[in-house]
Design a protein around this ligand. Structure first.
Ligand code: HEC
Length: 465
């Protein structure tokens, strides 16, 4: 025992462990911290979990378009605890996004971003967007039809941004559209670049929390005055401060542990999202639902008229980021209590309701392909010509019906084709099908000449409803 203590004393003396960490652990914090303060630390707990499981996954994952899907299959089906590992990483991501969102809303509602914590808020906003970016890039790394198709929808918008679209797409996707080259890019973002930014800003965020102290619980009528705040805060800590550990931190530890345990239980009992087959433009036989945290953003853009969409894809996020960054400069003093800031509370509730309704809409998603479509019935083909009938079968088999409506069958993503030959000649039809279009895959390399002609024979027979 004595010897152990001696060893520890040596390490401690030479490394400065106690000297550095004791003041942090014991530093005084305002009394009366509540359960509402636990979401920041819970986000950090999730982050640690993500780093550990992410590193473990990267040991087996192969970021190349020919191997990625296979390596994920191996992780899921064969590797020891691989499925649970993927599950933890998936639910950990969900947990992190939920916690960071609640943390941000809590800070906004209690105006903890006011003087002198402006930079804490700004670094937090950056961390919030980096967390979303991690979710988005991670989804593509799954490299199954689901992950790829969801990213295609979002990423191809990028190319349509006025003026800088092409350039932005090449920078972000490594090409004009998503393909094998995008996978290595996204891997780099997800594993090196974004985590590096996150570590940097988490460090800075925590340093600021220590430097400026955590915000005292808001009190009606107690105003923040930049001229006197720091002196007042210091005096308050001297008089009433309590050591961070254990008097304030025990809630963080309990809540953080519960969060981690829930994530692990979800991973064991529900598991990661099933892989939906390798990405293949010829077979759309998957439901390309983006992971839930992307759904609201998807709905928003799906609902927007295409004309505004190309502008909104850049203006929307830019404006959101700008407003969030400007917040602590626009209002950095005065009342903090939510009861005295009813508009802030009302605004938050509106945003939450808005995001939630978009989410519910996204669940039903009338704008995405209808993969449950059944083969065309004879009534809707109304022809006895064998080529036309064969074409109608191909029209279903090749996935056209998922997006195009024929009478009362099919999806809504593309234009209705019930009487398309009134609009388009066989030559026009060929061009459209071979080249695809916005939100329609190019079928040139997918259909054989014969298949193409058979489908066109079918479409050319469509003259009336
Ligand atoms: C993922 C959804 C999707 C699939 C699958 C799909 N399309 Fe389309 N299609 C669209 C969209 C969206 C448009 C409109 C494109 C545009 O505006 O650039 C379109 C346009 C067309 C047009 C031009 C229609 C017009 O009125 O201008 C034709 C013809 C067509 N598709 C045929 C097909 C055929 C044949 C197949 C199957 C081999 C197919 N599509 C598969 C979404 C799809």
């Amino acid at each position: 025992m004595k010897r152990l203590k001696k060893i520890w004393d040596w390490i401690d003396d030479r490394s400065g462990f106690t000297e550095i960490f004791m003041p942090l652990i014991k530093h005084p914090v305002p009394p009366g911290s509540k359960w509402s303060y636990v979401f920041g630390s819970a986000t950090l707990f999730c982050l640690v979990l993500q780093v550990i499981t992410g590193v473990a996954l990267s040991l087996l994952y192969q970021p190349s378009s020919s191997e990625a899907y296979k390596s994920l299959q191996f992780i899921t089906n064969d590797a020891a605890f691989g499925n649970v590992l993927r599950g933890i990483h998936y639910f950990g991501a969900s947990g992190m996004i939920i916690m960071v969102s609640i943390h941000m809303i809590r800070v906004y509602i209690t105006a903890a971003y006011k003087y002198p914590r402006e930079m804490t808020w700004i670094s937090g906003v950056i961390l919030f967007f980096m967390t979303i970016a991690m979710g988005f890039t991670g989804q593509l790394l799954r490299w199954d039809s689901n992950g790829v198709w969801s990213s295609v929808v979002a990423a191809e918008q990028l190319g349509r941004i006025p003026f800088i679209g092409k350039w932005a797409a090449r920078l972000l996707l490594g090409g004009d559209t998503i393909g094998g080259h995008s996978l290595s890019r996204f891997y780099s973002y997800h594993v090196f670049i974004i985590p590096a930014i996150i570590f940097l800003f988490v460090g800075y965020h925590l340093m600021l929390v220590i430097r400026n102290g955590i915000s005292e619980p808001a009190k009606v009528g107690r105003l923040v005055d930049p001229k006197t705040y720091r002196a007042w805060y210091k005096q308050m800590l001297v008089e009433k401060g309590i050591p961070f550990w254990p008097y304030a931190a025990w809630r963080d530890v309990i809540f953080g542990a519960l969060t981690i345990i829930s994530i692990i239980l979800l991973a064991i009992f529900i598991g990661p999202p099933a892989l939906t087959g390798p990405p293949n433009p010829a077979s759309l036989n998957a439901n390309p639902a983006p992971d839930w945290y992307m759904l609201s953003i998807f709905s928003l853009f799906a609902l927007m008229p295409p004309k505004i969409e190309s502008y909104m894809i850049i203006i929307g996020p830019a404006l959101t980021i700008l407003i969030l960054l400007a917040l602590p400069f626009v209002s950095n003093k005065g009342e903090r209590h939510p009861l005295r800031r009813p508009w802030a509370v009302f605004g938050s509730v509106c945003v939450i309701v808005f995001v939630f309704s978009l989410f519910l809409l996204g669940e039903r998603s009338p704008w995405s392909p209808a993969f449950e479509a059944k083969p065309l019935t004879a009534k809707n083909v109304h022809s006895a010509d064998t080529t036309v009938i064969a074409g109608s079968v191909l029209f279903y088999k090749k996935g056209c019906l998922y997006c195009h409506r024929i009478n009362d069958q099919g999806g809504f993503k593309g234009p209705e084709l019930s009487d398309v030959s009134l609009r388009l000649s066989p030559a026009d039809l060929t061009i459209r099908i071979v080249n695809g279009g916005s939100n329609m895959p190019a079928y040139g390399g997918i259909l054989s000449k014969k298949e193409l002609n058979t489908i066109i024979a079918f479409l050319n027979s469509r003259k009336s409803k």
